[in-house]
Write a protein that binds this ligand. Sequence first.
Ligand code: KQY
Length: 364
Amino acid sequence: MAKRIDSTPRKDGFRMPAEWEPQDRVWMLWPERPDNWRDGAKPAQRAFTNVAKAISEFTPVTVCVSNAQYANCRYMLPENIRVVEISNDDAWIRDCGPTFVINDKGEIRGCDWSFNAWGGLVDGLYFPWANDDAVAQKVCEIEGIDSYRTPDFVLEGGSIHVDGEGTVLTTEMCLLSEGRNPHMSREEIEDMLKEYLNVDKVLWVKDGIDPEETNGHIDDVACFIRPGEVACIWTEDENNVFYQACQDAYKTLSEATDAKGRKLKVHKLCMPKGYVTIKGDFTIDTVEGTLPREDGDICIASYMNFLITNNGVIVPQYGDENDKLALEQIQAMFPDHKVVGVDTWEVVYGGGNIHCITQQQPKA
Ligand code: KQY
C-alpha cells in the first residue's frame, strides 16, 4: 500500500527533477464537463487524444477518466495508452496531480498539494473540487508511490518550474493570490517550496498572463530549458495584450541568477501573431460558479505551454501565422530533441494547454 509520509522531501533527501530528466510515464485526465468544454467536450476529447498519441511516441501514457466516460475514452485511445478510472472534476492533471520527487537511491515519492480549483471560494473556477483534490493520492496509490500531503498549503503544478539543481521559478500573481494561502507570508511560502521541492532559491516573476484563469501560472510565461537557461514569451508588438507581461518577465529573468549563482541565459519564444478567441457559436453550458466563456474572449494561447518528455517536446499549435516560427525557436532550444506540434486550440478554449493537461512521472 502507498503510505502518507509525515516529513518533507528535503528532510528525506528527495527533490523535484527538471522536466528534461528521464521520465517513466506521463499522466493525463480525460475532459468531459460541458460547462467548460464546448460541444459536450467532443472536440476537446479529440485534441487530448492527439496530445496523448504524440507523447506516447516518446513516453508511456496513462489517461485517467470518470466512470461515465471510460468506455468512450478507451475506444478513442490506441491500445498502447493505458486508461484507468479515476473520479475527477475536470482535466488539469498538471495542477491536481502529484508533483513527483526522486532521490539518489532510485526511489520516487509524490507531493500531494491541497487543490482548490485555482482560488477556492475567493476566485476559483468551479465548485466543488473534491474529486480533483483526491487525484494525486489515487495516482500514487495506483503506482505504489508514497506521498507527502500539504493540508494547509495550496499549490498547483502549473505554477512552478524547476531546474532540478536548486531553483524554482514562479509568479507572485499566483502564489501570493488571495484564494490560495492568504494565511502565509511570502517567506513562509518560499519555505514550503524549499522544503517540498528541495530547492534553495525561489525566482519570482511578477505576473502571469491569465489573471482570471489560474492567477498567472508560470507555465504560460517561462520555463527552464536546461540548467542556467530559460525560455520566456516574447512579442515586439506593442499593441499585443500580452506585450507588457512579456517585457516584464524578460527583464526579470535577464537580471536573475539561479541557486548556483549562474546568470540566466534567456531565450525568446514568440507569441501567436493573432488571438485565439471564443466564438459566439460555442455550445458551453452555463453553470453558476463556473467561469463563463463569452463571445470574443481572448484565450490564453502561449507556445510556452509545451511538455518536454524524454527525447520529445510536444508543442501547442493554433493555426496561427507564428506556429512554424515557434516550432523553429523551440527546436533551436532543444537541438537533441524531436519537436512535435499538435493543434490544441480546443484545449485553449477550456483554459489551458499541453503542459496543463499532463504530468510527468520521472524515472526513479
Ligand atoms: O492549468 C490550467 N491552465 C488550468 C486552467 C483551468 C481552466 C478551467 N476552466
